[in-house]
Design a protein around this ligand. Structure first.
Ligand SMILES: [Zn+2]
Length: 397
């Protein structure tokens, strides 16, 4: 048998992800555990926290997947912060498995001229939080009663009303509003927290809305886990990307300010954000801009992870990617058929490869392996989419 056949056969054994269905939380965990055992040279699994809240009857670990050499710089992704956006964790798991295979066969790739295009991936470490809102994700897989999709459409985390820091008046009103639980984790971060369009400012203070920001930033175990993680790794993080659905858009900061606001990101930093996004967008063909560039002003809202990575931690390459379907396909929306997992996962992986290539251009001194010639060590150390009628008028993806 040739080396190629041997490698192909052994890659098949690592290819364990079922991309024909959306995995539930238990299946995600068991996939990650199995993959980490099969690719132990390449991938390590850690926990960056859990979802424990006193008085809540559910708890999950928050996984962090690390692929690559721990000495290398990091491209970091958070996925599944909004529970119902199933294509986000599904695509991230697809990319995780691909990267694990590339790194497991690193030496083979470095010897093969045919596989030269994968080399840029090997210059970096890849970190993923595959499911940042595991309680919500668990709930979104619980069966709904006939004709309902309340569980499936879970967006927020699972903080119970009794543990919320709210006034009696507001708590009283929760009963009239059909109940309150959960905080929108992607409105709970301390950059532009509670800022945005006036409708958002009102809605995000009310615990029965989909965009409840909580009584203070970083109040939630999930957002605290992210905060702790970034603090620990900040010096090595080159980019931070939040993977959401849907809309086919790539957003960069600041998502709570108008395009022409004096505090909006501009100049060379904005040029870099545009240039980097345009490069990896060759794989995606999405729209690129700030929220204000791409959507109606009612969508302006703060407290999201992209703004937090970019302005709090000064990670200059930071985006929110809204995966398929297109924003006009709101009948499909969060319920993208499972047959789309593979195509979307594939293009996200292609985008990831382009990110690595662009990083090689931006940070040539970090490059260990090049796409040209032999491996060598040089390192010492738009148009706005039409508004559509929906029951919710603010940004809900
Ligand atoms: Zn989202």
């Amino acid at each position: 048998m040739t080396l190629f056949v041997l490698v192909t056969n052994s890659v098949k054994k690592i290819n364990i992800l079922n991309s024909n269905k959306y995995l539930n939380m238990e299946e995600v965990e068991s996939f990650l555990e199995r993959l980490s055992k099969l690719t132990s040279d390449a991938l390590t699994l850690e926990f960056i926290g859990d979802t424990f809240i006193e008085g809540k009857d559910m708890v999950h670990k928050i996984y962090l997947v690390k692929i690559g050499d721990p000495r290398d710089h990091i491209l970091y992704f958070d996925c599944g912060i909004h529970a119902r956006e199933w294509i986000s964790p599904a695509s991230c798991l697809y990319v995780i498995q691909k990267l694990a295979i590339v790194f497991e066969y690193k030496n083979y790739i470095l010897r093969s001229q045919k596989l030269i295009k994968w080399r840029p991936l090997l210059n970096y470490q890849w970190h993923f939080i595959p499911v940042l809102n595991p309680d919500g994700y668990f709930r979104s897989h619980e069966p709904d009663t006939d004709g309902e999709d309340t569980n499936r459409m879970q967006r927020k985390n699972m903080r119970p009303l009794k543990t919320m820091n709210i006034t009696d008046d507001i708590a009283e009103k929760c009963y009239d509003e059909g109940g309150c639980f959960g905080v929108d984790l992607n409105r709970n971060f301390p950059s532009g927290w509670g800022m945005g369009h006036k409708s958002f400012i009102q809605e995000s203070a009310l615990p029965w809305t989909s965009v409840y920001k909580s009584h203070k930033p970083l109040s939630e175990p999930e957002s605290q886990a992210v905060h702790k993680y970034i603090k620990k790794h900040r010096q090595k993080i080159l980019s931070a990307i939040s993977v959401h659905a849907y809309g086919r858009e790539i957003y960069y900061a600041k998502g709570y300010l108008e395009s022409d606001h004096p505090d909006q990101i501009k100049g060379p930093q904005r040029d870099l954000l545009r240039e980097f996004a345009k490069y990896f967008n060759k794989a995606l063909d999405y729209r690129i801009g700030t929220v204000s560039d791409l959507l109606d002003e009612t969508n302006l809202c703060g407290g999201a992870t992209d703004d937090y990575y970019s302005t709090y931690w000064k990670i200059n390459i930071s985006y929110t990617i809204e995966l398929d379907p297109d924003i006009s396909k709101f009948q499909v929306g969060f319920k993208l058929p499972p047959k789309e997992i593979k195509p979307v996962g594939k293009k996200l992986f292609h985008a990831v490869l382009l990110m690595a290539r662009k990083m090689d251009q931006l940070y040539p001194h970090l490059k260990k392996y090049t796409r040209h010639g032999r491996h060598h060590k040089i390192r010492q150390g738009s148009s706005k989419p039409k508004r559509y009628q929906d029951q919710d008028y603010y940004r809900l993806y």
